[in-house]
Ligand binder design. Structure first.
Ligand code: FES
Length: 164
C-alpha cells in the first residue's frame, strides 16, 4: 500500500468503535466491501489507511483490493475534513494581488498543500477560482467568513484568530 505521502490521521475512540461496529456487521458476508467502505465514509467522513487494513483483515480481502476501491470512487476520501476550513481564492484578480503568496504562507506554516488536512485534523486548506468579490482581492475564507485585502505576511494571524 503506497500512501506514505499522506499524514497519519489518528481516529478518536468513538470513531474506532463505529468502525468496529460496521465491520463486524458485515464480517463473513460476500460482496460487502463497498457497503462497508460507504458506511464508514458516511459515519466518520474518511477512510484512513489503518481502517482500510482492518476492513481487509476482517473481510478476508487483500489490502490492495480495499485500497483500489477506496481510491477509485470519488465518493470515498482518504483525507478527513479539518475542524477549520481555509479557502484561498486563486482567481486572476486575487492571484495577481498576492493570492499565491497567501497559499504559500499557509502551506509553509501548516505544512500541508491545497486539498490536504493537518495530521491533527484542525485545518484543511483549499483553493478556489473566484469568490465573486474581485474588488476586494486578495480574498480568503475561514470557516465560511470572508476576509478581504489579506496581507500574506499576516494571514496566519487571521487564521488563528478565527479558529474554532
Ligand atoms: S478572483 Fe478572487 S474573488 Fe474573484
Amino acid at each position: 500500500m503506497e500512501v506514505s505521502i499522506l499524514p497519519k490521521y489518528e481516529l478518536k475512540e468513538s470513531e474506532v468503535k463505529i468502525v468496529e461496529e460496521i465491520v463486524s456487521k458485515y464480517k463473513g458476508k460476500k460482496g460487502s466491501l463497498i457497503p462497508v467502505l460507504r458506511e464508514i465514509q458516511e459515519n466518520i467522513g474518511f477512510l484512513p489507511v489503518d481502517v482500510q487494513k482492518k476492513v481487509a483483515k476482517e473481510l478476508n480481502l487483500p489490502e490492495k483490493e480495499v485500497y483500489g476501491v477506496a481510491t477509485f470512487y470519488s465518493l470515498f476520501s482518504m483525507i478527513p475534513r479539518g475542524k477549520n476550513n481555509i479557502r484561498v481564492c486563486l482567481g486572476t484578480a486575487c492571484y495577481v494581488k498576492g493570492g499565491k503568496k497567501i497559499v504559500e504562507k499557509i502551506e509553509k506554516e501548516l505544512n500541508i498543500s491545497p486539498g490536504q488536512t493537518t495530521p491533527d485534523r484542525k485545518f484543511s486548506l483549499n483553493v478556489d477560482r473566484c469568490f465573486g468579490c474581485c474588488g476586494i482581492a486578495p480574498v480568503i475564507m475561514i470557516n465560511g467568513k470572508v476576509f478581504q485585502r489579506v496581507d500574506p505576511e499576516k494571514v496566519m494571524e487571521l487564521v488563528y484568530e478565527n479558529e474554532k
